[in-house]
Design a protein around this ligand. Structure first.
Ligand code: ZN
Length: 669
């Protein structure tokens, strides 16, 4: 359950490192610095190197999970991109280059955030001719297939707006499985069939239910539903075997005995696909807080499945940022105080807050669903019973937050959208510290707070589960940002500081996050829905008292917060209700809230925001180019050092990944 705060505010000192990199479409590529890597001992450098290889080996899995044709489309476009002998400066070729860069970025042909399909800016005719101009051996042709056959297969998927228009469709009332392009369910499987299939597996008396359906594609074979598991000897096996190879290398240089056991259990899970093993792995992983180097590698988040069951493959390699960890630890030490004092009904509070570990980490490698667009905080595992019994592990990724902040410094965004100079000053003064703290509160305490009523299942809120869960964590953070306790703990400098975050949150949720939505589209992504839900709800419920209002100056709309204390009370009220909905599994109330506040966009305001944003000439989405780790070996092949290099260009990195880590077959059997 990751949290990404949309737009960074400001930053202080610039160093010589180039954070901003190339830009295309609505995307800005950044680099992140792996500070402290050089100072690690050789064994830990090797550990990071091996885990990084494991993090890259699953890349194709994510492409295939996002759509059945993604790998073939990627290979086709890459071949044209590298081998085309025609005019490379033509408008068609330039458009193909942008399209391919977007496909790389999104791990497929649908927008990574909005989920809608890209429109190619080049013609079918151009692509067909270009495909015929390159060597057929390098095209992903099926047995006996001609280039024209391949065109006939891929072109409707790429060019026809009515074919697979959405990766994840969440429109109320439609068959979400049939209408989503994500490749988690085989052809012809309906939502009702999939829901019934997993409903039948559920045992309501089981106090430790596995996450049903997490690691498989559900397909119809001779009219019968069966799961095709993602395991070493099953679907995606070619990639999973490579992941296991590198994990076993990592095991040999692991930080602790506990970490060896974590790796053993994960390898067992990749080998057997057994979900009980996955739960055991998750518990071992969350309890391993001693290791300096840590990693995520597996089927983790289910945002990509309209039913919220099946998990995308992702990876992250990191190590502890010991200096910055103190902040998050202070929150964790006081977890019970925060739980006890929250506005939530006592019956929905955790009697005993335990096992919330918190730390600031330095990311060293991003993979799968976390690359290139990524999260700045992580709180795992996702299984509710494990979280309840064992707690969770929570991290803030310090070097990524830092990179966002440095890259956003002085870009003019706040000058355009913040209502007045006093508020701008507030954001300049407190923005960074409060944004970091919001993330810490969201991850360390928010997701870990509250309890479900006995008998309420993990997925009771179905398609709205992710939005409600993110809202719960954000509201917990917002509510406590304004608490004198934070000043007492030395986490905020004074009792005014929270206002910077409140203002930014309302401005973002009511207005500026719309820069990420195309005209005429709804809000789809769970984190964005959550932010609009909270901001709209607070706006509407404080309307009579003018707590928050829209003001117009010189024809431009601004958000103005008149009463920060009242706004805090509103956040508290909504937190109470959202926790009740989550605890009781009140699907109807969740649906009502989401449909009323989180989805629809004011078209006039949207248009204005887009126009003002466009004039700033900034990219609404950001992602990261990974560093390159290289093993230095001696004559005997022993690794004597691992170096880190930041010079690789975006397209070079993507082409290298496709060549070196392209393990899955292009043609789905
Ligand atoms: Zn979250």
């Amino acid at each position: 359950m990751t949290a990404v705060i949309a737009v960074g505010t400001s930053s202080v000192a610039a160093d010589n490192f180039e954070y901003n990199n190339e830009r295309f479409a609505d995307l800005q590529m950044l680099r992140y610095k792996v500070s402290g890597f050089e100072r690690l001992p050789l064994r830990q450098k090797k550990l990071i190197y091996y885990l990084s290889e494991a993090a890259l080996c699953g890349r194709d899995i994510m492409f295939d999970q996002n759509g059945a044709y993604n790998l073939r489309i990627r290979k086709t476009l890459e071949t044209v991109y590298t081998d085309y002998k025609g005019e490379r400066n033509s408008a068609d070729f330039k458009a193909l280059e942008v399209y391919l860069k977007r496909v790389w970025f999104s791990n497929g042909i649908h927008h990574h955030y909005g989920c809608d399909k890209f429109e190619p800016g080049f013609s079918q005719d151009f692509l067909r001719k270009a495909m015929k101009s390159v060597s057929t051996e390098k095209l992903p042709l099926a047995k006996g297939e001609s280039v024209d056959d391949l065109c006939n297969t891929l072109f409707p998927v790429m060019f026809d707006p009515d074919v697979m228009p959405m990766r994840v469709n969440q429109k109320d009332g439609e068959d979400l499985v049939l209408t989503s392009a994500a490749n988690f369910y085989g052809p012809g499987v309906t939502q009702a069939e999939a829901e019934a299939f997993y409903e039948a597996q559920k045992d309501t008396t089981d106090k430790e239910p596995v996450m049903y359906g997490l690691n498989s594609r559900l397909v119809k074979q001779d009219g019968v539903l069966v799961e095709r598991k993602w395991v070493a000897n099953g679907l995606y096996g070619e990639a999973i075997k490579k992941i296991v190879f590198w994990l076993e290398k990592a095991r040999g240089v692991a930080d602790t005995q506990a970490q060896k056991e974590v790796i053993d259990e994960l390898v067992k899970f990749y080998t057997t696909g057994d979900l009980k093993t996955f739960d055991r792995y998750s518990i071992l992983w969350l309890k391993d807080t001693e290791s300096t180097v840590d990693f995520v590698n597996g089927f983790i988040e289910s945002y990509g499945d309209p039913l919220g069951l099946k998990a995308g493959w992702e990876a992250l390699v990191n190590f502890k940022d010991l200096e910055a960890t103190g902040r998050a630890e202070k929150l964790s030490e006081n977890a019970q105080w925060f739980e006890d004092h929250s506005p939530v009904d006592d019956q929905f509070k955790k009697k005993e807050c335990k096992g919330i570990s918190a730390k600031v980490i330095t990311a060293a490698m991003l993979g799968g669903e976390l690359y290139p667009a990524t999260a700045i905080g992580i709180n795992l595992p996702n299984s509710n019973w494990i979280r309840k019994q064992h707690g969770s592990k929570s991290v803030t990724i310090g070097n990524l937050t830092d990179a966002y902040n440095k890259a956003a410094h002085g870009n003019g965004f706040n000058d355009e959208f913040v209502v007045d100079q006093a508020t701008k000053d507030l954001i300049d003064k407190y923005g960074d510290v409060c944004d970091d703290l919001h993330t810490d509160l969201h991850e360390c305490l928010g997701h870990g707070s509250g309890r479900l009523v006995d008998g309420v299942g993990d997925d009771a809120l179905k398609a709205h589960g992710s939005t409600i869960e993110e809202a719960r964590a954000d509201l917990f953070a917002l509510y406590y940002l304004a608490d004198p306790k934070l000043v007492e703990l030395g986490l905020t400098p004074d009792i005014e500081a929270f206002k910077s975050n409140y203002y930014h949150y309302m401005m973002n949720g009511l207005m500026t996050q719309l820069v990420r939505i195309r005209p005429g589209k709804d809000v789809e992504e769970a984190h964005m829905r959550n932010r609009q839900l909270i901001a709209r709800w607070a706006y509407e419920h404080g309307k009579a008292d003018r707590v928050v209002e829209f003001v117009v100056n010189n024809g431009k709309t601004y958000v103005n917060v008149n009463d920060y204390e009242a706004l805090r009370r509103l956040f508290g009220e909504l937190l109470k209700e959202i926790q009740r909905i989550k605890s009781e599994g009140d699907y109807e109330a969740a649906r009502q809230l989401v449909e009323t506040y989180a989805v629809k966009v004011d078209p006039l305001l949207h248009k204005e925001v887009l126009a003002r944003y466009e004039a700033l000439d900034l990219a609404p989405y950001k992602g990261f180019i990974n560093p390159v780790f290289r093993a230095v070996t001696d004559a005997k092949g022993e690794i004597t050092d691992v170096t880190v290099d930041y010079s690789e260009k975006y397209a070079d990195q993507m082409l290298r990944y496709s060549a070196d880590y392209g393990f899955l077959p292009y043609v789905n059997e």
